[in-house]
Design a protein around this ligand. Structure first.
Ligand SMILES: C[S@@+](CC[C@H](N)C(=O)[O-])C[C@H]1O[C@@H](n2cnc3c(N)ncnc32)[C@H](O)[C@@H]1O
Length: 229
């Protein structure tokens, strides 16, 4: 199976939407700034007819994208029914098509102008899994399409990797609502996330065909890339 853990193991299915929203915003370093940077990228995109989002969660990222392109054809993929229910509520004003499934294995909608994925692809366990998903994303885009990719990453240099991991955990300690939430998110980061070096991921995106890959935002283990054909 291409995805290393199922939604149950990731605990996504047991989360109540409101708690999840607060926790992800608090727990992912730079979650707010990363989304502000996505807003800036979106302002620079003038025409967009179809968007595919992979791992929409409760729809926090989708809401931002849909505010910019309210009439776009929007496909939202997630394998957690609970997360998807949260997104359905949040995005009820928009004509979103929800697809429940593992984006590593399902047939992805084609001819997208934009693919968006924020804080999900790090669950693809191996480098090969991640590369093969990048390839599928590339093929799903039309000739001038682009990919907004925010995720948790590490770094090639072991000292840089250790430093940024320490800062990520420090952020969790400083920002978690309570001890129980800290335990949950610290466990998730230590045992359930499969981070790949940012530098490698930029290379892989180029290898699958993207002409330009820009690192737009970075804080500790959080990064935002923008890949264009
Ligand atoms: C952390 S949420 C991100 C939500 C939102 N983008 C944000 O930043 O607030 C990631 C979502 O990806 C989904 N996910 C992870 N791996 C997946 C896979 N292989 N197929 C489908 N959904 C996946 C999880 O169920 C979860 O809802």
């Amino acid at each position: 199976m291409p995805t290393n853990v199922d939604p149950e193991e990731l605990n996504y299915d047991s989360y109540e939407t409101e708690k999840y929203d607060e926790d992800i915003i608090r727990s992912i370093p730079g979650h707010k700034e990363l989304h502000e940077s996505i807003g800036t990228i979106l302002q620079g995109i003038t025409r967009c007819g179809q968007i595919l989002e992979l791992g929409a969660g409760t729809g926090l990222t989708a809401e931002l994208v849909l505010k910019r392109f309210p009439r776009v054809k929007y496909y939202s993929v997630d394998f957690s029914e609970t997360m998807m229910d949260g997104a359905r509520n949040r995005l009820s004003a928009y004509g979103v098509e929800f697809i429940r499934g593992d984006y590593a294995v399902i047939d992805l909608p084609q001819e997208n102008d934009l693919v968006v994925s924020v804080i999900g692809i790090h669950h693809q366990e191996t480098d090969e899994d991640k590369k093969s998903l990048f390839q599928r994303i590339y093929y799903s885009l039309n000739k001038t399409g682009s990919f907004i990719f925010g995720d948790l990453v590490t770094y090639r240099n072991p000292e840089e990797a250790a430093l940024n991991e320490a800062k990520h955990f420090h952020h969790l300690v400083e920002n978690s609502q309570d001890e129980e939430t800290l335990k949950e998110w610290a466990h998730h980061h230590k045992y359930l996330n499969s981070l790949a070096p940012l530098e490698d991921q930029v290379e892989w995106l180029k290898e699958v065909g993207f002409k330009d890959v820009e690192i737009i935002y970075q804080k500790f283990n959080t990064a935002l890339m923008y890949a264009t054909k």
